[in-house]
Design a binder for this molecule. Structure first.
Ligand code: FUL
Length: 695
């Protein structure tokens, strides 16, 4: 029914006088997320699970020729995986149904290289089914990883393989219920078994897979899915350019949908990008994605996991945290404990939202309308928001606490269904009557969480300095998180002296050298510990004398000291940075050095060698690249050499951590690490550290 004319007139006059027209909702500032991307973003935290045939060969990537008989998870229990994920607060699981080896964890009709040809359970198992069922039971969403690169399949590289790939995808997206996300890794390393051809096959990742048609198939089979792909075409989500567990502080959920995406844009998104492609931070709870017993002492510590949280979910990303499955088919107890502690610490940090004890006021409210008032940012309803008039780009929102309040965390959210808008903002605290700036930042997005030293204040002010449209804030929380002590960093220099460092200045450090667990009664660290030339097992804790709390333990096992080592293959003094025990410093081959490039070292005396270790330059993108293929030789006289190991450092570019290559025991005095290939053709290879393992 239309309103009588005079009411319409009064309405018109009122709206014109008071800016009431601004009581209509603000227009979106595109590009915008679609419903699947919005649903996905709200999941925030979910698991990756890596398990395959190479779990049984202790490799990062299978070669495609591994014997299916090796696959023997005697205690397999997908319900254990789901329980752990659920208790950890995760919302779903993405499973490596097929990794690069090509081995399928479901009985695909299209290949013999799968669980159907293993003696375990007489070839009757379907691990994808077991996990899909366990996810349902625990109320988790389920996703699949199907590696496009297949090192087993004879047709890989030919058009026929694309049909095979889509057939497999159809099986996975048809037979296992709702799939929330599908993952296509971009690795296309080249060499493989390929049905017995044992050769290197190169494909053009942009054209070979014909992603556009694969995506159509995916969306037809699973209309609610999100697609992750860092290979060819951009999909619904983007890789953030690293597997180290963080996205850029500036993080736009936008990208230009076509063309190559430089690493910089993966990390930060693109402010004026033409498509909504939010970042997903994928990282493993251990250095590598698959299980290696040697990494049992390298499980991410609580402070590392908390950093990962703030650097992913706290920066407008989601967190995809990986569990490697052990050969027996279970998640390791240490990993379980780590995610439990992580969940507990998050619950403690975000237990009490202090913004609840505050009143909110704003410099400007859209049409002076209560529906957009400042308190909409603290009303615990994520759908309502504080808004300003359309023309506003700069505005502030102030919380006034009912008493002086101490806090060290600030959480802020934009209603992203109307677009990501904020370009820059500050947070200030009113301390003793003066405004003190505690943060000056750029983007917000779905969620931004800031950490800063505790301040006690009567007011807190969020000022939007600039935005792509009128700023909208749907939520604002304030917390006082308890302090978490960081485990100490332990390094040993070439002379064999050990340095221990705490993450803060208040704490003390205690250590042991006899394998026992250090306490505040153990040796106190005051200066580098002289440990001579032998092997050393050092354990240390950070201890806060005021709260009497200790950190999680750090442990480093060092092999023989490198004090007598001499580098023979170069005169360059800086080459010794590869032996200095400091992972932060590195040496790179001379730029004129062509491949293969040798690093020859005299150990000073004969040793019983059983392996070598290589840590690539950690800032490799700036000056030197990472060795991916190598040969390792040893000698007693620096003349006749014996090759004791050769192969690839799989996935080292994305996971630039320590690489350990064991070999049969041998006595030698000279070692030669030969780089055959590195990540950037024609560039110099970089070394942060090179070490040996002795018997
Ligand atoms: C990488 C792969 O090559 C790794 O093996 C792992 O699956 C990771 C999630 O993606 O790039």
């Amino acid at each position: 029914m239309t309103k009588p004319f005079f009411i319409q007139l009064v309405f018109f006059v009122l709206t014109s006088l008071s800016g009431f027209s601004q009581s209509t909702p603000p227009q979106p500032v595109g590009p915008l997320p679609n419903a699947n991307q919005l649903r996905w973003q709200k999941m925030e935290y979910y698991a990756f699970i890596h398990f395959s045939i190479n779990t049984y060969t202790d490799m990062a990537w299978g070669l495609g020729n591994e014997d299916p008989k090796l696959f023997n998870p005697t205690k397999l229990d997908c319900r254990q995986w789901a329980r752990i994920c659920k208790e950890a607060g995760m919302k779903g699981i993405i499973f490596t149904a097929k990794h690069h080896s090509g081995f399928c964890l479901w009985p695909s009709k299209y290949t013999e290289y799968s669980v159907k040809n293993v003696p375990w359970r007489n070839g009757k198992a379907d691990i994808v089914r077991e996990l899909a069922d366990a996810c349902k039971e625990y109320g988790l969403k389920f996703g699949v990883y199907l590696s496009p690169w297949d090192r087993n399949h004879a047709d890989y590289g030919k058009p026929e393989y694309i049909t095979y790939f889509r057939n497999q995808l159809t099986e996975l997206l048809t037979n296992y219920g709702d799939i929330f996300e599908v993952w296509y890794d971009g690795a296309n390393g080249g060499s493989g078994y390929y049905g017995g051809a044992n050769e290197t096959r190169k494909i053009d990742a942009k054209t070979y897979y014909d992603w556009a048609n694969t995506y159509k198939l995916v969306r037809k089979l699973q209309p609610n899915i999100v697609i992750w792909n860092d290979g060819g075409d951009r999909a619904d989500l983007r890789w953030v350019g690293t597997e180290a567990g963080y996205v850029g502080e500036t993080n736009w959920s936008l990208l230009n949908a076509t063309g190559d995406v430089p690493e910089e844009q993966l990390r930060h998104g693109v402010e004026n990008g033409n498509a909504w492609v939010p970042g997903e931070v994928n990282t493993s709870i251990r250095p590598e994605w698959f299980y290696h017993e040697r990494e049992d002492r390298k499980v991410k510590t609580l402070p590392q996991l908390m950093d990962t949280y703030y650097n992913s979910i706290g920066r407008n990303g989601t967190l995809l945290l990986n569990f490697p499955i052990m050969p027996n088919g279970l998640i390791n107890e240490l990993d379980e404990k780590a995610v439990q502690a992580f969940a507990k610490a998050r619950n403690e940090a975000f237990a009490v939202n202090l913004a609840k004890n505050a009143t909110a006021t704003a410099s400007q409210v859209r049409g002076k309308n209560a529906a957009y008032a400042a308190n909409k940012a603290i009303d615990a309803d994520l759908d309502s928001y504080w808004a300003t008039d359309d023309a506003v780009r700069n505005a502030s929102l102030t919380l006034t606490f009912n008493k002086p309040t101490a806090f060290n965390r600030f959480l802020v959210q934009e209603p992203i269904r109307l677009g990501q808008r904020v370009k820059s903002f500050t947070v200030e605290a009113l301390v003793d009557g003066n405004w003190k700036e505690i943060a000056r930042e750029t983007t917000i997005g779905y969620k931004r969480i800031l950490r800063f030293p505790t301040v006690e204040a009567t007011q807190l002010r969020l000022t939007i300095l600039d935005a792509k449209g009128s700023p909208l804030i749907s939520n604002l929380d304030v917390y006082k998180a308890p302090l978490i002590l960081t485990p100490p960093m332990i390094t040993r220099n070439q002379a064999g002296d050990i340095q221990i460092k705490a993450g803060d200045t208040e704490s003390e450090l205690y250590y042991t050298l006899d394998g026992s667990t250090p306490t505040a009664a153990s040796a106190k660290y005051t200066a580098p510990v002289k440990t001579g030339n032998g092997k050393v097992d050092l354990k240390a804790i950070t201890y806060n004398p005021f709260t009497k709390q200790s950190s999680v333990l750090s442990e480093e096992k060092f092999d023989v000291a490198r004090s007598a080592w001499k580098i023979l293959s170069t005169e360059s003094k800086s080459a010794y940075q590869a032996l200095d025990g400091n992972p932060g410093t590195s040496w790179h081959q001379d730029k004129s050095q062509t491949m293969p490039a040798d690093l020859i070292i005299d150990l000073g005396k004969e040793e019983n060698l059983t392996g070598f270790r290589y840590l690539p330059a950690q800032n490799w993108w700036e000056e030197a690249s990472i060795i991916t293929h190598y040969e390792f030789e040893v000698s007693t006289d620096n003349k006749t050499w014996k090759r004791v190991s050769e192969g690839e450092f799989s996935n080292i570019k994305n996971s630039p951590f320590w690489q350990t290559k064991p070999f049969a025991p041998i006595r030698a005095r000279y070692i030669k690490l030969r780089a055959l290939k590195n990540t950037q053709d024609g560039s110099a290879s970089g070394y942060a550290e090179v070490d040996v393992v002795t018997q």
